[in-house]
Design a protein around this ligand. Structure first.
Ligand code: ZN
Length: 724
């Protein structure tokens, strides 16, 4: 999954003073090797890392990708199981203790899906919706699943159509102003700007009877560039599948919030899918622009606001009607088996402290980019770890690689595993995610602030195919002149939310919202997490054309970015597993939170006027947290011989930011600083309790959430001070 667009939220974000170069200041290393933050003996660690970096191999990554994508492998199918077996074998070959873990989860496959235009008479849709281009070696496989939306209910609806642009709350407000009523209508929205589940959630709130989501050529088709197979952009018949589950309520199996769906779970511990807050109440299905063309063309009513105009060659009107659609959706919902593959290397000194790296393996169809560019990279990272193990390397902490299943349906494999291992993960040092590892050459990363400098440091020792290091290329692309042109993938796009004012001369590391498998680790359990990718022009997301042929032609023909991402992911795990002192930077974290609070304070004053909300206590708590972060950072730079207490304090800090009661109305999400927005989906909302209360104009709730946030920040500050 993991895509969808960088809707820019209004809170101004942080920016960080450049002083917090945690790795820049030397630790007490006696050797001449450059210091590595967190290590007493940088020379030994550098030697280990150099041996690791030499291993990941472009040719082998290509072979992994070719094998993983030889057949469609949607979660729960026999082909999915075959990919699990392949990954498990590679894990074992590298010397990892390996198991395939099963879960029983409630998901749908499509059984009958049709959308017909019933008015005006004499106009037909272009259908059928089968995806087809002139030349593609994979498109005719009968196992390609027909386009559908995961977690849509079954349903039959016939109604007039209303066009609602991207289906944001603001778009629906505009329809209200135009006096266009969507109640009982089929709402037609385009992909982009927000998570598709949010479009459905908002349409449902407004009383729509059904939703069609289509890909407009303005967003990822011909308006962007040549379409597949001549170029990387979406062809006329390309359809974006995807889950519309309300994952911002809770992710994972919709029938087991907070509980692992192990095969032995008694029925009595499941909730009914009909009652699950994750499952939409109205039917939803996706279409191509080829199919939607005559529908949009036959809408009358007011002309749409000009920014709603897509790239089809006529003026878009909002309706309602006269175009009328008949949706017939029959979903085959069942409890199906998923397979996570878990490989582990036991830590030699701190076996109970887990460092987890993971990627999902299931795909809507072939999934060459999403997700198996990540799987191929992860397998080459595992290859590197295997070579280290054979040379006698023993990680201090336990290293675990997870190949998650069912991510596309709702982050299911990772969420169930996290829920199953909640107590062990209480000691985890980090979770490193990769989903779409490679769709092009532009490196990007998101992380909790405590890991941002760690990521910058890791990329400083990984070579870039462009010459220099990954960090150099990243920094070059981040310079103001380069970043002012929008990345070509943004519209479909990467959901990295970047600090509005970036640290001068430093690379931007985004914030984690949701949309991939770090969600349960970070937002349910408070495990410090990151996500990395290398992106480019990519218009075949979640279509059958995201296949090996596309990848070889447009994604990474020589697999050198695959090699790069294998090195980055593997090095994150190796370095974190070996560190004497955990290389977190809680001063940078504190600065970011202070900036979030400043922005929220201004929003609060705009909303309610001055002095309605008292930010005194929470600002004090944030200052306390930041100064505790600065003090422990000084200690980390000069670590004591026995760093156990220091590490314990560091490990506890992120977890101390969890609020036991969770966010209002969605207790599964417990992190006080980051959550997926209820109205943004993938994109992060920062200090979500406070900001969402402000969105709602609820000053009482804002007061409660400010108090809960202050408590969490004080708890985290005291945790950081606990090493003394
Ligand atoms: Zn994905």
């Amino acid at each position: 999954m993991k895509r969808l667009s960088a809707t820019v939220l209004s809170f101004a974000l942080s920016f960080l003073a450049s002083s917090s170069t945690a790795g820049g200041n030397a630790s007490a290393s006696s050797s001449s090797a450059p210091a590595i933050f967190g290590f007493r003996d940088a020379a030994a660690e550098s030697a280990t890392e150099a041996r690791f970096i030499a291993v990941p191999d472009p040719k082998l990554a290509e072979e992994h990708l070719r094998i993983l994508t030889q057949a469609p492998h949607m979660a729960g199918t026999v082909e999915d199981k075959a990919t699990a077996d392949y990954v498990a074998q590679k894990f074992r070959d590298a010397g990892l203790e390996t198991e395939i873990v099963e879960y029983r989860v409630w998901i749908n496959y499509p059984s009958e899906i049709s959308v017909d235009m019933t008015a005006p008479t004499g106009v037909a849709m272009h259908g059928p919706t089968r995806e087809h281009v002139d030349k593609d070696p994979f498109q005719d496989d009968p196992r390609v699943v027909m386009p559908f939306n995961g977690m849509s209910p079954s349903g039959d609806v016939e109604a007039d159509v209303v066009y609602a642009n991207y289906g944001t709350p603001e778009d629906f407000e505009k329809l209200d102003k135009l006096k266009v009523d969507v109640r009982g209508k089929i709402v037609l929205v385009r992909y982009g700007q927000n998570f598709r589940g949010v479009k459905v959630f908002v349409a449902q709130e407004h009383g729509a009877a059904g939703v069609i989501i289509y890909s407009d050529p303005a967003d990822d088709g011909w308006k962007r560039g040549d379409k597949y197979p001549d170029g990387p952009w979406r062809p006329d018949t390309g359809v974006q599948r995807g889950s519309v589950g309300y994952m911002f309520e809770f992710p994972g199996d919709p029938t087991t919030p907070g509980v692992a769906s192990v095969p032995t779970l008694p029925e009595s511990q499941r909730i009914s899918a009909q009652k699950s807050a994750q499952v939409p109440k109205i039917p939803v299905t996706p279409l191509s622009y080829h199919d939607v063309w005559p529908v949009l063309q036959h809408l009358s009513g007011p002309a749409s606001p000009r920014e709603w105009q897509g790239a089809l060659p006529f003026t878009y009107h909002v309706g309602p009607g006269p175009a009328k659609l008949k949706m017939h959706l029959k979903q085959d919902y069942q409890f199906r088996t998923l397979w996570d593959v878990i490989g582990r290397v036991r830590g030699s000194e701190l076996p109970d402290e887990w460092v987890v790296a993971g990627n999902h393996r299931d795909a809507w169809v072939y999934g060459a980019v999403d997700p198996n560019s990540g799987t191929a990279a992860m397998l080459e990272a595992v290859h590197g770890v295997g070579v280290l193990l054979k040379s006698g390397w023993k990680p201090k902490r336990t290293v675990i690689f997870g190949s998650w299943d069912g991510e596309e349906e709702g982050l299911i494999g990772s969420t169930e595993w996290v829920e199953q291992h909640e107590s062990e993960l209480a000691n985890a040092a980090a979770y490193f995610n990769v989903d779409v590892a490679v769709s092009g050459p532009k490196f990007g990363a998101s992380a909790v602030p405590s890991l941002k400098q760690f990521l910058r440091d890791v990329t400083k020792v990984v070579p870039s195919p462009k010459g220099g290091t990954v960090y150099d290329a990243w920094l070059k692309a981040a310079q103001p002149d380069a970043s002012s042109t929008q990345s070509p993938t943004d519209a479909i796009g990467e959901s990295r939310r970047l600090p509005a004012a970036q640290m001068k001369g430093e690379v931007p590391v985004g914030d984690l919202g949701s949309g991939s498998d770090y969600t349960a680790f970070l937002q349910h359990l408070g495990v410090p997490s990151s996500d990395v990718s290398s992106s480019g022009a990519y218009g075949v997301y979640h279509s059958t054309f995201d296949d090996f042929a596309w990848f070889k032609k447009f994604g990474d023909p020589d697999f050198v970015y695959e090699q790069q991402m294998a090195r980055v992911l593997g090095l994150e795990a190796v370095r974190m597993a070996d560190a004497d002192v955990l290389p977190y930077d809680y001063e940078e974290y504190g600065k970011e939170i202070a900036a979030y609070l400043d922005a929220a304070h201004r929003r609060g004053e705009d909303k309610f006027g001055a002095r309605v909300l008292d930010f005194g206590a929470v600002n004090n708590a944030a200052r306390h947290f930041q100064s505790a972060g600065a003090k422990i950072l000084a200690k980390q730079r000069n670590p004591p011989r026995n760093a156990a207490r220091l590490n314990q304090a560091l490990r506890g800090a992120e977890r101390a930011l969890l609020m036991p009661q969770g966010l209002p109305h969605r207790p599964w999400f417990r992190h006080a600083i980051y959550a997926p927005g209820e109205y943004t989906g993938y994109a992060a909302v920062v200090i979500p309790g406070v900001n969402e209360a402000l969105d709602k104009g609820d000053s009482e709730r804002a007061r409660q959430q400010l108090a809960a946030l202050a408590t969490a920040l004080e708890r985290a500050a005291k945790t950081l001070e606990g090493y003394r």
